[in-house]
Write a protein that binds this ligand. Structure first.
Ligand SMILES: Cc1ncc(COP(=O)(O)O)c(C=O)c1O
Length: 389
C-alpha cells in the first residue's frame, strides 16, 4: 500500500477500520491456483471473511456457508446459489426445508449427522428436488460423522433416486504445517473411499477437503517456502488412490493477506516503567491465530513513519480487561497520540472472529480497495449502541 493511499484512507475514514485489497486478494487466489493441480476446484470458506466473497466470484468454484447469517450475506452479494455449499454442524429444520424449497436451492448440502441427513432426505422428498449431499467425515470432534454412520447411510441410501449422495467432506483443522499429517489424511481418505466402493458398491464422485493451509503472521517466524510447501502437498494429494473430483475448501490461506487493520493511538502513558499506548481499536476487532498474551509481533507499519531510537510500547485497546493488549513490547520510534498502527495480514478471522460486542463498542468500518487504489466503504463504524448527544 502506498503512503499516498494510507494518507487518503486516514483522511477519509475514521479509525479503527479494515481495508481489504481486492488486487492482493485476486493475486492470492491466482497464486494458489497456479501452485495446485489444474483440475482441483477451490471452495472459499466464507467464515474467514464475509466481505470479500464477491471480489473473487469469477475465480472461485464454490462458497462454503455455515450459518443463516452467512447465507443471507452471500444471497445479498448475489453469489450464485449453485456455487453454495450449505455446511455447518447444525442446520435447523426450518433452514433446510425453507432453503431447499426456495428458488435458491444450493449446489450442495453437507450432512453432519444421521439426524441431519434424515432432514435433508425428507426435504428432498417433499420438494421433489434432487439435492446433492456431501457426507461429512469427522476428524474426531463434534463435526461430521464416524465412518460407520457414513457407511450405514450409503448402504441404505445409495440407490435412493430422490437424492444425490455425491461424496465426502473432510476438514481436520486450521494452520496445518505438517506434511506427514497431510500424508496420513490422504492415506485414510483413500482407504475409506475405497472401502465405500468395494464393500458398499458406492462410488463417491467428490471429495471436498478442507486442508487448513497455514499462514505465517509473526516477525521472526521461520521463513515459509510456500512454493515448496504447495509442491509437496500436490505430490501427497496425487497419492490419493481413488479417482474423484477434488475441491479444496480454504479460508485463511485465501483471505489473510488482503487485509490491513488501521488503529490510532488515542492516549499514551508510562506506568511502572512500562510504556502504554491506548488505541481506538482492540482485541474485540483484531485476533491473530497464536497471538497468545500478545507476546509475538505481527507484521505491521506505523503511519506516519517516524525517526529516532525506538522505545518499547504495549499497544492496548479500550476494553475493560487487562487482556486487551494487541502487542507487547513493540519497538516504535517517537510514538505519538494520533499515530496509526497498520496491522497486516488481517484478512482472515479478524473482522469475523473478534469479540465485537464486548463493552458495546462500535464495529470497525470496512473498506475495499480496488486495483486502481479506489476505495469503497462497505460498512461504517457501526454502533452497537448509540448515545443521544
Ligand atoms: C468445514 C471447514 N472447512 C474449511 C474451513 C477453513 O479453514 P481454513 O481457514 O484453515 O482454510 C473451516 C474452518 O473452520 C471449516 O470448518
Amino acid at each position: 500500500m502506498t503512503d499516498a493511499l494510507k494518507k487518503a484512507l486516514l483522511e477519509r475514514y475514521p479509525t479503527p477500520f479494515y481495508t481489504f485489497d481486492a488486487g492482493v486478494l485476486r493475486a492470492r487466489v491466482a497464486y494458489l491456483k497456479a501452485h495446485l493441480p489444474q483440475e482441483i476446484e477451490l471452495c472459499y470458506a466464507v467464515k474467514a471473511n464475509t466481505f470479500i466473497s464477491p471480489y473473487i466470484a469469477d475465480m472461485i468454484d464454490r462458497y462454503e456457508v455455515c450459518s443463516p447469517g452467512e447465507l443471507a450475506i452471500c444471497t445479498e452479494q448475489a453469489i450464485a446459489p449453485e456455487k453454495l455449499v450449505i455446511s455447518g454442524v447444525y442446520k435447523t429444520p426450518e433452514l433446510i426445508e425453507g432453503h431447499i424449497a426456495s428458488d435458491n436451492c444450493a449446489g450442495h448440502y453437507t450432512a453432519e449427522s444421521l439426524e441431519q441427513f434424515a432432514l435433508l432426505k425428507t426435504a428432498a422428498h417433499e420438494t421433489g428436488k434432487k439435492i446433492k449431499i456431501l457426507l461429512r467425515l469427522t476428524s474426531g470432534n463434534q463435526f461430521g460423522m464416524n465412518e460407520e454412520d457414513i457407511e450405514s447411510i450409503v448402504k441404505a441410501e445409495k440407490d435412493n433416486a430422490e437424492i444425490d449422495i455425491c461424496g465426502i467432506q473432510f476438514f481436520s483443522g486450521t494452520q496445518k504445517t505438517s506434511l506427514k499429517k497431510y500424508k496420513r489424511e490422504i492415506t485414510h481418505l483413500s482407504e475409506f473411499l475405497n472401502k465405500l466402493k468395494t464393500v458398499y458398491d458406492f462410488d463417491a464422485k467428490e471429495l471436498e477437503y478442507g486442508t487448513g493451509f497455514p499462514v505465517y503472521y509473526f516477525e521472526g517466524e521461520k521463513t515459509f517456502d510456500e512454493d515448496a510447501f504447495l509442491a509437496s502437498f500436490t505430490e501427497i494429494l496425487n497419492t490419493l488412490e481413488y479417482d474423484c473430483h477434488i475441491t479444496l475448501e480454504l479460508g485463511r490461506s485465501i483471505a489473510a493477506s488482503c487485509g490491513s487493520y488501521f488503529t490510532k493511538a488515542v492516549d499514551i502513558k508510562t506506568n511502572h516503567a512500562q510504556n502504554y499506548a491506548i488505541m481506538d481499536g482492540g482485541i474485540h476487532h483484531l485476533t491473530y491465530f497464536g497471538q497468545f498474551m500478545a507476546m509475538k509481533h505481527p507484521s505491521h507499519e506505523i503511519y506516519p513513519p517516524r525517526e529516532g531510537e525506538p522505545a518499547e510500547w504495549n499497544l492496548c485497546g479500550s476494553l475493560c480487561t487487562v487482556n486487551d493488549i494487541l502487542v507487547k513490547g513493540l519497538p516504535i520510534a517517537d510514538f505519538k497520540i494520533g499515530d496509526t498502527v497498520i496491522f497486516k495480514n488481517t484478512g482472515a478471522y479478524c473482522v469475523t472472529e473478534g469479540i465485537s460486542l464486548f463493552l458495546s463498542r462500535a464495529l470497525p468500518a470496512v473498506i475495499i480497495v480496488d486495483e486502481n487504489e479506489d476505495t469503497k466503504q462497505l460498512r461504517g463504524n457501526a454502533e452497537t449502541y448509540k448515545l443521544n448527544y
